[in-house]
Design a protein around this ligand. Structure first.
Ligand code: PPS
Length: 574
């Protein structure tokens, strides 16, 4: 079909999927090949290599390309390419791979997706790579943390023969390959297309700015959100895609298209902006909207931004002619109340009252179940966000007790269980120390290693419960700070986590000695007994601290209920 679309990067749109015949041959030969199970990040990279999103690449980079990309943002043949696309593997596998070997690349189920014709194996200097690609070796940068701490130590480069694309079962009609999207543009007669890259839900301001960008550049609009891997902590892509779908009907008819990009972002700021432009060019776009701090990870813990706000725009602008993709600067728009409309910030006259909501304010409003104003986001989008972020009093959470044996954890936990059941509305599960030891951890003893395994198991079950809207009450001793924090971190992401320190002093616990265990521990009959012959690390991050020396279990449980109420986990509407 004759097409007037922009040329792919490097001139040829790659499609690395082999013929049916070749696939059968490779499958038969693969019996004797070594295998590699791809990580989630590698699966994303493989998908864009196979479908031509990463044209002109025909496989994971070899050493010559990699070195040149790091050093000067170019492939060995001089083609502009800013980001290393490498296959990292373990030392054990690397040892077995020689040039000329073939490596079977498999998905998590073990299905072979591609054969890698090994051209080289090497151990990269990862600090140097971080400095080159990200401009920093600070591990607070998620891209740097990946390269330095998560990636395997060896890289394998080579051409790929693709057997099949990674499988996806969600939003299939929106998962268009470069070839499919180009065909759709041709059919619609679109020649000039501006892409909007996003990893966040789109609100009114995004809608207005994309509309303006398309109008000013006289282009059609492709909303092309990343659904591969984005910045840790971002909103899940299921919710985001439902939000984008809800937004579509607001655009003028037949001017906009939505498609999903299975990219694993690196958050590399300016270099990543160039990468995004190359990828969009391969998908048939002529323009890319680039905003403030495009694909940047924000600031480090000292508040210092990793990239300047307009570094990405500037770098892309420098290369737009060579690339054939025009950078459309993203203008921040704000809502001007007295005019009832959104306008670019630089057009707002001094003294005009403008409205905006920060991401934090939005999250707080969602957590409290408050209304989201329609000037900020279309009601259909707000509804989707509210469905995913129910107010706290309808979310799941975990109350995690820690304290010495005999401190009163179980008794208080049981009272709390009954009080929460009495309130109703959410299922409540008690994971008491003894119950867990009987049912979940019966083979474990009381060494540090075993205690940590025990707490991780409790944490895992609690996170499943919280994530699915239930309340988990855990009451182990949990003597070690590090694993307690690990559990908190895991659950905080999915629901609330409240640490209750039952801080009854050791002498009181020992005096009570309800189970006679302290006497046995003192006599050396029970070894490694917490507080006597084993450590207990007092928490410094407890949300509630209770000393039961002079407090009844009822009073203690009430104190926790008050805390839960204060935090919004239980409330009037329960
Ligand atoms: S841990 O450290 O969190 O894994 O411990 P946990 O699973 O809560 O188990 C503590 C209960 O096991 C009994 N027990 C011991 N506790 C501490 N140290 C040693 N060595 C030990 N051996 C047995 C004890 O009854 C604890 O129950 P509670 O309810 O805390 O008194």
């Amino acid at each position: 079909m004759p097409t007037h679309l922009v040329e792919p990067h490097g001139g040829t749109l790659q499609n690395l999927i082999v013929s049916d015949e070749q696939r059968e041959k490779l499958q038969a030969e693969s019996r004797d090949w070594p295998s590699w199970d791809l990580t989630p990040r590698q699966l994303c990279d493989l998908e864009l290599l196979l479908n031509g999103g990463f044209s002109p690449l025909t496989g994971f980079m070899g050493r010559a390309d990699y070195d040149k990309v790091c050093e000067s943002m170019r492939l060995a043949d001089g083609t502009l390419w800013p980001i290393p696309v490498t296959l990292d593997v373990t030392a054990e596998l690397a040892e077995t791979l020689k040039p000329g070997a073939t490596l079977a690349l498999r998905d998590p189920e073990g299905v072979m997706l591609a054969a890698l014709n090994v051209e080289g194996v090497w151990q990269p200097d990862r600090e140097a790579e971080a400095m080159a690609a990200f401009g920093t070796d600070n591990r607070e940068h998620p891209g740097v943390a990946h390269v330095l701490d998560k990636a395997h130590p060896f890289y394998v480069g080579g051409r790929l023969d693709g057997l099949q694309h990674p499988s996806h079962y969600d939003f299939r009609s929106l998962r268009l390959t470069p070839e499919e999207l180009r065909a759709a543009f041709s059919k619609l007669g679109w020649r000039r297309v501006v892409a909007f890259q996003t990893r966040n839900p789109m609100h009114r301001a995004h809608y207005e700015l994309t509309l303006r960008a398309a109008k000013e550049a006289e282009t059609n609009l492709l909303i092309h959100p990343v659904v591969g891997m984005t910045k840790p902590g971002d909103l899940d892509h299921y919710t985001r895609v439902r939000c984008y779908q809800a937004l579509l009907s607001h655009y003028p008819r037949n001017t906009v298209k939505l498609a999903l990009l299975p990219l694993a972002m690196r958050m590399a700021g300016p270099r990543e902006a160039i990468w995004h432009a190359i990828i969009r060019k391969n998908y048939g776009c002529t323009h890319l909207i680039v905003g403030r701090d495009h694909a940047g990870p924000g600031s480090d813990s000292k508040g210092k931004p990793f990239y300047g706000p307009y570094d990405a725009q500037e770098l892309l602008q420098k290369h737009e002619e060579e690339l054939g993709v025009t950078m459309v600067p993203f203008k921040m728009v704000v809502y001007v109340e007295e005019q009832g409309t959104h306008i670019p910030m630089d057009e707002v006259s001094e003294g005009t009252r403008t409205l905006n909501l920060s991401g934090t304010e939005l999250r707080e409003r969602l957590a409290r179940g408050q209304e989201i104003p329609s000037w900020f986001t279309f009601p259909e989008v707000a509804e989707e966000l509210q469905r995913t972020h129910p107010p706290r009093h309808r979310q799941g959470f975990t109350v995690f007790f820690t304290g010495l044996s005999g401190s009163g954890k179980s008794t208080i936990a049981n009272v709390l269980l009954v009080k929460l059941l009495e309130l109703g509305g959410r299922p409540v599960t008690l994971l008491d120390g003894d119950i867990v030891r009987k049912n979940l951890s019966s083979e474990l003893g009381f060494s540090k290693e075993h205690r940590d395994i025990n707490i991780r198991r409790i944490g895992f079950v609690a996170s499943e419960i919280s994530q699915n809207g239930g309340i988990a009450i855990c009451a182990p001793i949990a003597p070690y700070e590090r694993v307690r924090r690990e559990v908190r971190q895991a659950i905080d992401k999915l629901g609330g986590f409240i640490l209750v320190h039952v801080a009854t002093p050791l002498d009181v616990c020992e005096q009570r000695d309800r189970k006679g265990m302290y006497a046995k521990a003192r006599a050396g009959i029970i070894k490694e007994f917490t507080g006597i012959s084993d450590p207990y690390e007092e928490p410094t991050d407890a949300d509630v601290s209770i000393d039961t020396t002079e407090m009844s279990p009822e009073e203690a449980a009430n104190q926790i209920m008050l805390h839960l109420e204060g935090q919004g986990y239980i409330g009037v509407s329960d």
